[in-house]
Design a protein around this ligand. Structure first.
Ligand code: FAD
Length: 311
């Protein structure tokens, strides 16, 4: 068995693995797709110490470091069920698609999250070519340009406020007949002079030319009328879904949004089971935060093992 098994091979999982391997623990990473969301990321400009990199390049760099630390990587391994240890220091079992199992004294769950997609034509085709999901990451790419933010909840309205200070013009599009964000955020947004707000609007298509977004089509849900909005960018802000469905019957505490509830040390309610990164309740989903949380969870796993397991 592993002393530490990490489920998830994104920045959180990799950071955890480097820390526990360097403590001398037999460490494994089991991941559906090593690198996680980084595989879908183009430019990264907010990772301190690295002025510019690209997602796939960072994945390669992380893999090089993982290999240098004798960490066992099981890629294309989809965890389906967690069977926690029945007492402190005993083995946890993770069941994988295809019938395999892995056992470990400590587990770090770092299965990340995925942006909820609109599911309209053009969205996938123009991803990273005008269709974006992360305002902190990609906002500056649209400096002075026209963009739409889809979604009038807190994340959509926050994104619109943030982006309005960087881009030329923002149109906020909400499906419902009213915004759902906190009033103070709505007031702030309405006070900005380069912002339009459109409610009762269903986005039906994102169009482009020459490999770049050029417009968004929407239908007025009251009149049925179709409209085309010329723009250069679309930020989809209709929710981030944690990859925690597989934990539902494990006894681990999940928030109302399905996030793994972790404390400041990365501990969950199950002894010897820790969480890190986008799949947890940590606020703000970013690479540097996932890496930091991964290291925290790893040091907590170390603490747990030296107290509860004869090594
Ligand atoms: P993830 O990267 O999501 O990794 C999760 C891992 O778990 C993957 O290996 C996945 O395959 C695996 N997994 C999931 N479910 C299972 C399962 N059941 N069994 C086994 N393995 C599983 N952040 C920035 O800081 N700067 C940026 O510029 C930036 N740009 C972004 C651009 C895009 C397009 C996207 C989508 C995100 C961007 N982010 C950016 C956010 C950043 O990528 C995430 O915050 C970060 O990747 C989270 O790391 P993580 O390790 O928690 O999860």
């Amino acid at each position: 068995p592993f002393e530490v098994l990490i489920i998830g091979g994104g920045p959180a999982g990799v950071a955890s693995a480097i820390y526990t391997a360097r403590k001398g623990f037999r460490t494994g990473i089991a991941a559906e797709r090593f690198g996680g969301q980084l595989n879908d990321t183009l430019g990264i400009e907010n990772l301190p110490g690295t002025e510019y990199t690209e997602g796939p390049r960072l994945v390669t760099d992380l893999k090089t470091q993982v290999d240098a630390n004798a960490i066992e990587v099981m890629n294309l391994a989809l965890a389906e069920r967690l069977e926690p240890a029945t007492q402190k220091g005993a083995l946890h079992t993770v069941h994988f698609a295809g019938g395999g199992t892995l056992k470990a004294r400590a587990l770090i769950l770092a299965t990340g999250a995925r942006w909820r997609n609109l599911g309209v034509p053009g969205e996938a085709e123009y991803r990273n070519k005008g269709v974006a999901y992360c305002p902190h990451c990609d906002g500056p790419l649209f400096k002075g340009k026209r963009i739409a933010v889809i979604g009038g909840g807190n994340s959509g309205v926050e994104a619109a406020i943030d982006l309005a200070q960087v881009v030329g013009h923002v149109t906020l599009i909400e499906f419902d007949h009213q915004l759902r964000a906190d009033k103070v955020l709505q007031d702030k947004l309405r006070s900005m002079d380069n912002v339009d707000i459109i409610v009762s609007a269903q986005t039906t298509e994102i169009t482009g030319a020459d490999g770049k977004v050029n417009a968004l089509k929407r239908k007025d849900r009251n009149s049925g009328e179709e409209h085309t909005l010329a723009l250069e960018g679309v930020f989809v802000q209709i929710g981030l879904v944690p990859n925690s469905e597989w934990l539902k019957d494990s006894g681990i505490e999940l928030s109302q949004h399905g996030e793994i509830v972790t404390d400041a040390r990365g501990a969950t309610n199950l002894p010897g089971v820790f969480g890190a990164g986008d799949t947890t309740t940590v606020p703000y989903k970013q690479i540097v935060i996932a890496m930091g949380q991964g290291s925290t969870a790893a040091l907590s796993a170390f603490d747990y093992l030296i107290r509860n397991v004869a090594i």
